[in-house]
Design a protein around this ligand. Structure first.
Ligand SMILES: [Mg+2]
Length: 351
């Protein structure tokens, strides 16, 4: 079951990320006019490519395999991956994440490199940690904390990232949970933290989900009038609101998430990771997986990566599956050109 959840989480992240990417930063009304509903890939010729959200999730898997689940080595491995990642000039990188990785490059230790920011970067790395450490809450907290603090030192970032991990861990158990039950889980996990503001937001998200309100309506009540922002106190409550209403329905959840606008690649990536952990690959529309056009970190490679993590969890010593590293800069240039073409397209009608 864990293998299915790992693969479902990783590919769910990739699918949400790649479907949401063309819609990133648009208001929902403009996105609907420009592209129509997010029911198939629209990044390039009906195919999708992934962004930082999926790349970071893959680095988390790599770090878990390399460290054999040792927290200190995990932190070092993840910091190393992020350093090389920034050196490969990725097209989309959050400001805080870029600053923190530069600090790592300058020699700061990963527990000192984070900048005081509450962006949603750490939440894109945490659903996988929720799957791996489902049933081990203290280990989960430790790994989420280490993954978070190397880029974001504001405790808000940790609370949001932990909440996403908790949702993924519950999803892994495949037993649907009520909004009230989930709220209790998060309250218990954060009881020693001064997280009242976050809990209040989550109370709102859970009440909204219980009353079957669309997430676009809930988002307005927390100040997201132009789509869901990349502030982790906006991103995570909205993701949770959708997840609680679509725990077994990947397609419906992802489409609603993207249609709400804003930071759509990241909101859909986090949600995809959480629902994917529960429904597995079988629950993700096959056309959405097959439509991902990625190389050298292809869907096949991600499948091998998830399998290697599964073996690591089982106590085996395995190597991280390899890929053609020199291909990464070429891939990134192609990706950047497509992103730029989307930017130009947005200057044109319909508005
Ligand atoms: Mg992204």
């Amino acid at each position: 079951m864990i293998r299915q959840s790992l693969l479902g989480c990783l590919l769910g992240t990739a699918v949400g990320d790649s479907l949401g990417l063309p819609y990133e930063g648009l208001r929902s009304r403009r996105a609907a006019r420009l592209f129509g509903p997010p029911d198939h890939h629209r990044f390039i010729f009906g195919r999708g490519m992934v962004s930082d959200d999926t790349e970071h999730a893959c680095f988390v898997v790599r770090a878990l395999i390399e460290s054999r689940l040792d927290p200190i080595q995990f932190e070092q491995s993840l910091a190393r991956s992020l350093k090389w990642w920034l050196a490969s000039v990725p097209a989309g990188v959050g400001k805080a994440t870029a600053q923190a990785i530069l600090k790592i490059g300058l020699g700061f230790a990963p527990d000192k490199s984070g900048v005081f920011s509450a962006g949603n970067g750490p939440a894109m790395r945490s659903p996988l940690l929720g799957v791996v450490f489902a049933g081990h809450p203290e280990r989960m907290k430790e790994f989420v904390k280490r993954s978070t603090r190397m880029t974001h030192s504001d405790p808000k970032a940790y609370w949001g990232a932990l909440c996403a991990a908790l949702a993924a861990s519950i999803s892994t158990g495949q037993k649907p949970i009520t909004p009230q039950e989930f709220l209790s889980v998060v309250q218990e996990s954060l009881k020693e933290e001064p997280a009242e503001e976050f809990i209040a937001l989550l109370v709102g998200a859970c009440q909204s989900a219980a009353s079957s309100e669309p997430v676009s309506e809930f988002a307005k009540t927390i100040g997201c009038t132009k789509g869901i922002s990349g502030y982790i106190f906006h991103t995570v409550p909205c993701v949770i609101q959708v997840w609680l209403r679509h725990q077994q329905d990947f397609a419906a959840g992802i489409q609603e998430m993207i249609a709400a606008g804003g930071d759509t690649d990241t909101t859909a990536a986090i949600l995809g990771g959480i629902i994917g952990a529960g429904v597995g690959v079988e629950g993700i529309p096959a056309a959405w997986i097959q439509g991902i056009w990625e190389w050298p970190r292809s869907v096949k490679w991600m499948t091998h990566l998830a399998a290697a993590l599964d073996q690591t969890i089982a106590g085996e010593s395995v190597l991280v599956p390899g890929y053609c590293i020199p291909a990464i800069p070429i891939r990134n240039i192609i990706f950047l050109l497509i992103v730029l073409s989307h930017g130009l397209r947005r200057l044109l009608p319909p508005y």
